[in-house]
Design a protein around this ligand. Structure first.
Ligand code: HEM
Length: 397
């Protein structure tokens, strides 16, 4: 704020010989946007010096509210943008796994690793490191440099995308904090999301290390944790974005939350299918072998859902069916209540497509393109369910 603006503002207050009753927050907003306030007063043909206390307060509050709404929407758009980046990150992660690229970078260099190998010497160095890994020895023995570069690309791109995400999150966050435009109740969640995002990078590396020591396979537990955190970040970004753009919504226990939980659970079950390459067995539907239940079911006792590929696939397919029925039920309730009809219809279309895509992925033994599309479908389904639940609980507030 310039000095003349400040003097002008003070003189208008002094001219009333009274200090206005305005909350400190409102005062601050007026302070920041004084120039627009002055313009608004001029447009409404109110004499700026002789303005009455009520006129001043009315215009100031209207303007303040519209400025706050505008500020909130800018933050919401940034959160939507971040959600898109996170969604793409999850898809890139899926492609990295499906193309067998996940274990090609055997070192973790958060800062220097931003640049790819830039000369032949550097390529030879990273390839030599890879040659010492169990994946090279057991699965890719004799692989040439050209092939190595291909698998290296996806893992490198996945990590680079993660760094980009960090930059696109941290700098705008600092900017919004300096501008003091983030409503107080959102400040802590937004900082928390940034911290969890940073931790996710470390967890990603922790996941990769599980495939670097003995067996060239990533732990399915760590894969599921990594996916769980990514989806939680995605969910929070969208939820906060909707709250800032469309208005607050309160999570309640009820059928919509239950259906959301089912979708989330189906997705995590999918991570166990993917993590154990369980899409390579029982490639038909709905039977698994001669019956609905695979013969191996229960062989691993309590750990069966997490360590027995056949059981993981069994759980994923039937959880998916229950989740699909849940979505159908939610859609019917939305139609009946005439609330969030469009969102619920979109969600029903997505879940149906996703179910069919799951079957296609399975009967074709999880090729890269179908696996990646199935992963994309899961993200779209999650996004649509968040939108439905947010509007249901917003409307019913
Ligand atoms: C609500 C419906 C469904 C959702 C939300 C869903 C979600 C997912 C997700 C997120 C993954 C990948 C996890 C990862 O890559 O980490 C996955 C994997 C998989 N899903 Fe589904 N799924 C659904 C339905 C189905 C159905 C009905 C089938 C087959 C009957 C199926 C078969 C598979 C297979 C074979 C994989 C492993 C693919 C791979 O190795 O990449 N899914 N699912």
């Amino acid at each position: 704020m310039r000095k003349w603006e400040f003097d002008f503002y003070m003189s208008s207050i002094v001219s009333h010989k009274k200090i206005f009753f305005i909350t400190s927050k409102t005062f601050f907003r007026i302070f920041l946007h004084y120039r627009s306030l002055k313009k608004a007063l001029q447009i409404t043909k109110i004499n700026v010096i002789n303005v009455t206390k009520n006129q001043f307060r009315k215009v100031a509050l209207t303007l303040t509210n519209s400025v706050i709404i505008k500020d909130q929407r800018i933050i919401a758009c940034w959160l939507y943008f971040m959600a898109i980046l996170v969604g793409l990150m999850i898809i890139i992660g899926g492609i990295t796994r499906l193309t067998g690229s996940g274990l090609s970078m055997v070192e973790w260099r958060p800062l220097i690793g931003t640049l790819p190998p830039l000369n032949d010497d550097e390529w030879i160095r990273v390839f030599e490191l890879y040659k010492k890994s169990p994946e090279y020895a057991q699965l890719n023995f004799g692989m040439g440099m050209d092939e190595f570069k291909k698998i290296f690309f996806w893992e490198y791109f996945h990590r680079l995308w993660g760094r980009l995400l960090g930059v696109f999150y941290i700098f705008p966050l600092i900017y919004f904090f300096l501008q003091k435009t983030i409503p107080s109740k959102y400040r802590l969640p937004l900082i928390g999301l940034g911290i969890v995002g940073g931790l996710q990078g470390i967890i990603g590396w922790w996941m990769v290390t599980s495939g670097l020591s003995h067996e060239p396979t990533v732990s399915q537990y760590r894969l599921a944790i990594h996916l769980f955190i990514a989806l939680s970040i995605f969910t929070c970004l969208l939820w906060l974005g909707h709250s800032l753009f469309l208005g607050d919504s309160k999570i309640q226990f009820g059928i919509p939350t239950f259906v959301f939980g089912l979708i989330f659970l189906t997705i995590i079950a999918g991570a166990f299918v993917a993590g154990m390459n369980a899409g390579l067995l029982y490639n038909h539907f709905p039977l698994m072998g001669d019956g609905f239940i695979p013969v191996e079911y229960g062989e691993k006792g309590l750990l069966d859902p997490f360590e027995n590929p056949a059981s993981a696939q069994f759980h994923h397919r039937w959880l998916a069916l229950i989740a699909t029925c849940g979505v159908l039920f939610l859609w019917k309730s939305a139609i009946k209540a005439k609330i969030a009809v469009k969102q619920a219809t979109l969600m029903l279309v997505i879940v149906s497509g996703q179910f069919i895509l799951g079957i296609l992925t399975l009967i074709n033994a999880a090729p890269v393109h179908l696996g990646a599309m199935h992963q994309t479908g899961a993200i779209l389904l999650l996004a649509s369910s968040i939108s439905v639940i947010h509007s249901l609980y917003r409307v019913s507030e």
